[in-house]
Design a protein around this ligand. Structure first.
Ligand SMILES: NC(=O)C1=CN([C@@H]2O[C@H](COP(=O)(O)OP(=O)(O)OC[C@H]3O[C@@H](n4cnc5c(N)ncnc54)[C@H](OP(=O)(O)O)[C@@H]3O)[C@@H](O)[C@H]2O)C=CC1
Ligand SMILES: CC(C)CCC[C@@H](C)[C@H]1CC[C@H]2C3=CC[C@H]4[C@H](C)C(=O)CC[C@]4(C)[C@H]3CC[C@]12C
Length: 334
């Protein structure tokens, strides 16, 4: 039977590389590229069809950062497919990143240098803003839009895979401020929240046959990293990056390598996976790719609280959305 795989943020970087890898793995797959920009989605589809001419590649308009877009896209998915075998929750943003050069140079000569390169702990901040739904943009895109999508598609789903990050950190997240309105580590907070949500989903839904996993792709050269430092700079320091790879296998560098754990999970039996592990894409100094599970710094109680708070927010957002729709209908009648 033809398997259906839906991937958010599939038009570039790690998402697009995953599409390539999955089509190479199983040419019978039906891939659905869920993207906010249809021109970029068309370009990605053409690129995939160039290397896999008989592939089934569908496009879906989805802006995960917009409640209305998620609800409309979910309706479309339900109309098109009877089931989604894999849902890859991959779309993500890191707006206005700022590198603390002072902390970076201090870190270079500290005991934590390897950790700093692997996680960017203490050297990277972001400036977030509100979106048109009144939600923090990073929270809405990296976490909540995906949560809403899962809630809408639940009866169709069996496997979820989140593209998280080793930048996810407990201290960046606060339950009292789950959207991270106050701090400057919205990316880290949103990724930590996705780790917890994955655990909570496993606790709530495994008995109904729904399984969730999280991965970290390592440091990969994509549009996201080109937002931190310009692409010419990354190209210039590439030899240094290969050198660093000898000490930290988390410098996967290419989208193909970064997609290793996403691909690996596609081949695993969900019952054999550890819900408390993050599966890391790693690349050795000699360029060999492999996947390694590492325990996450999360606990079940806090994850369950987050899950309940997301359900509450979902209710609120749906109520607001239906009020807005009703207002629009009234003004259309007038
Ligand atoms: N690169 C790295 O080193 C690492 C990346 N990650 C994670 O990997 C994932 C993929 O990022 P990466 O490939 O690096 O970067 P890219 O910027 O290349 O890919 C991000 C993808 O997400 C899409 N996207 C962003 N916002 C939205 C939205 N509101 N609705 C729909 N799609 C959206 C982008 O679409 P568009 O083209 O329209 O912007 C793009 O397709 C992210 O979740 C990121 O956090 C994790 C660890 C390390
Ligand atoms: C000589 C160079 C290697 C100097 C580069 C310094 C920094 C720009 C980068 C050092 C560590 C990098 C990162 C680590 C973790 C990534 C994480 C997994 C993620 O999700 C997104 C990107 C990272 C934060 C990435 C970003 C660039 C560094 C901070």
């Amino acid at each position: 039977m033809e398997r259906v795989v839906l991937i958010t943020g599939a038009n570039s970087g790690i998402g697009l590389a995953l599409c390539e890898r999955l089509l190479t793995e199983d040419s019978q797959l039906r891939l659905c590229l869920a993207c906010r920009n249809m021109q970029r989605a068309e370009a990605a589809r053409s690129a995939l069809l160039t290397s896999h001419s008989n592939a089934h590649v569908d496009l879906l308009q989805l802006d995960v950062g917009s409640v209305q877009s998620v609800l409309s896209a979910a309706q479309e998915v339900k109309a098109r497919y009877n089931r989604i075998d894999f849902l890859y929750l991959n779309a993500g943003i890191m707006p206005n990143p700022q590198l603390d050069l002072n902390a970076f140079f201090k870190g270079l000569f500290s005991r934590n240098v390897v950790r700093m390169f692997a996680t960017a702990e203490g050297i990277l901040t972001q400036q977030d803003r509100l979106n048109s739904d009144g939600l923090q943009e990073v929270f809405a895109t990296n976490l909540f839009g995906h949560f809403l999508l899962i809630r809408e598609l639940e009866p169709l789903l069996s496997r979820l895979v989140w593209t998280s990050s080793s930048n996810a950190r407990r201290s960046a997240f606060s339950m009292e401020d789950m959207q991270h309105r106050e701090g400057r580590e919205s990316y880290s907070s949103s990724k930590y929240a996705s780790d917890m949500l994955s655990l909570a989903l496993n606790r709530q839904k495994n008995s109904q046959g729904l399984f969730s996993s999280v991965i970290c792709p390592g440091l990969v050269m994509t549009n996201l990293t080109y937002g931190i430092l310009p692409s010419f700079f990354w190209t210039l320091i590439m030899p240094v990056m290969w050198l660093i790879r000898i000490f930290t296998n988390t410098f996967t560098l290419t989208p193909h390598n970064g997609a290793e754990a996403l691909h690996w999970l596609f081949l695993q039996n969900p019952e054999s996976l550890d819900p408390r592990a993050k599966y890391h894409s790693l690349t050795s100094g000699l360029g060999t790719n492999y996947t390694q599970p590492r325990q996450m710094d999360i606990d079940e109680g806090t994850s369950d609280v987050l899950y309940s708070k997301l359900l509450e927010l979902e209710k609120e957002v749906r109520r607001k959305q239906s009020e807005e729709n009703a207002d629009e209908e009234i003004s259309a009648v007038k």
